[in-house]
Design a protein around this ligand. Structure first.
Ligand code: PLP
Length: 403
């Protein structure tokens, strides 16, 4: 006898459940097939029962899918799960993290608007603002991340958005997100936080007062270096504009990548705890070694914003940077001596990565800009993965021996 499904049992009741339960279950709408895992919907378009049904759905008079550039059930499950985890009214997925940033600015800013960006943001984010948004009449200024007075002083009557990454890459500087949101709101601007380094498992910027969160899901949300994607989350009022831009312009997420990210989110908390524990152990060990001049990690007591990080984040993240003796030559010898850790600029992967920021991610900056940003030639960044920490330490010891 076939099993009769009780429709009331197909969706989970998630009222009042905790983060880790949402990470596993939010956003799933089971079909009458009763599948336990989330199905992948590989379809470009959707059929209508009648011509009148098609007209009503196109007009938005009745809910339902029309075309996968607009909505797709697998992508929607991912969006609803992220919205639940960030505490957002709504989230929308994008093809990459950069597409998420593009969508926010294109949908919320117009020519003549002014945007303030923290100095230490991701390299492609700076290129997007400098090379493209400026061409369309958006004014852009850069502000050091940590100092609230600098932000306040830089806001102009036409300032629409403040855009920050906290913690910053690679030096792990922070800004007090709640205080910065107040600074922005007092002058009628919105605060956008790129939450890629922490993920909602470690930091929920909307709950601290930010208006919009963006992610590169390519990093810790996938968590295994396989798929590219992004997401924007915030209040429905702003998200309506972002969704409108994405549906029209097209950088939406593929259902396959959404399905991978749904799997990734189920282990997000566990993975972030393990990343943080490995990073903390390596940062503490590096700080003790001859040959290391300075370690930048918010989990260290020596970090100037350690207390803020404890208050604002549930963990200190996976990115550790350190300065070695011997300048650029020393840094390159250190990197080349490692055998296990991958030499690549990516992060948020289960595989630990190592990079030399001043000649890779920050290589486009002029020497004095790099100096101002604190990116010395002796600086190395590791994005700590999930390998056994003793093996990682042994590999870093090879680097130290080569200095
Ligand atoms: C990688 C990254 C991005 C861009 O994301 P993509 O998925 O590569 O487009 C944006 N912000 C931060 C902080 C990143 O690390």
């Amino acid at each position: 006898m076939s099993q009769e499904w009780d429709a009331g049992r197909l969706d989970s009741d998630l009222d009042g459940v905790a983060f880790d339960t949402l990470a596993v279950r939010a956003g799933q709408h089971r079909t009458p097939e009763g599948e336990h895992g989330e199905p992948m919907f590989f379809t470009s378009s959707y059929v209508f029962r009648t011509a009148a049904d098609a007209a009503a759905r196109f007009a938005g008079e009745v809910p339902g899918n029309v075309y996968s550039r607009y909505t797709n059930p697998t992508v929607r499950a991912f969006e609803e799960r992220i919205a639940a985890l960030e505490g957002a009214e709504q989230a929308v997925a994008t093809a990459t993290g950069m597409a998420a940033i593009l969508a926010v600015v294109m949908s919320l800013c117009s020519a003549g608007d002014h945007v303030l960006v923290s100095r230490s943001v991701f390299g492609s984010t700076i290129s997007l603002f400098e090379k493209y948004f400026k061409r369309f009449g958006i004014e852009v200024d850069y502000v050091p991340l940590a100092e609230l007075s600098g932000w306040d002083a830089a806001i102009k009557p036409n300032t629409k958005l403040l855009f920050v990454e906290s913690p910053s890459n690679p030096l792990a500087e922070l800004v007090d997100i709640a205080a910065l949101a107040e600074v922005a709101h007092a002058k009628g601007a919105m605060l956008v936080v790129d939450n890629c380094f922490c993920t909602p498992a470690l930091q929920q910027p909307l709950k601290l007062g930010a208006d919009i969160v963006v992610h590169s899901a390519t990093k810790f949300i996938d968590g295994q270096g396989r798929c590219m994607g992004g997401v924007v989350a915030g209040a429905s009022e702003q998200m309506k504009e972002v969704v409108g831009f994405l549906r029209t312009a097209g950088p939406t997420l593929s259902p396959f990548n959404a399905w991978i990210f749904l799997k990734g989110l189920e282990t997000l908390s566990l993975r972030m705890k393990a990343h943080c524990a490995n990073a903390q152990a390596l940062a503490e060990w590096l700080e003790q070694q001859d040959g290391i001049e300075k370690v930048h990690y918010a989990g260290l007591k020596s970090h100037p914003q350690h207390a803020l990080a404890q208050r604002q984040q549930r963990g200190f993240g996976a990115v550790v940077s350190f300065e070695v003796k011997g300048g650029k030559e020393g840094a390159w010898r250190f990197i080349d001596a490692t055998r296990l850790i991958s030499i690549t600029a990516n992060l948020g992967d289960s595989k630990t990565t190592i990079t030399h920021p001043s000649t890779t991610s920050h290589g486009r900056l002029a020497p004095q800009e790099r100096e101002a940003a604190g990116i010395r030639d002796s600086l190395i960044r590791i994005a700590v993965g999930l390998e056994d920490v003793a093996d990682l330490q042994a590999d870093l010891a090879r680097g130290l021996a080569a200095l």
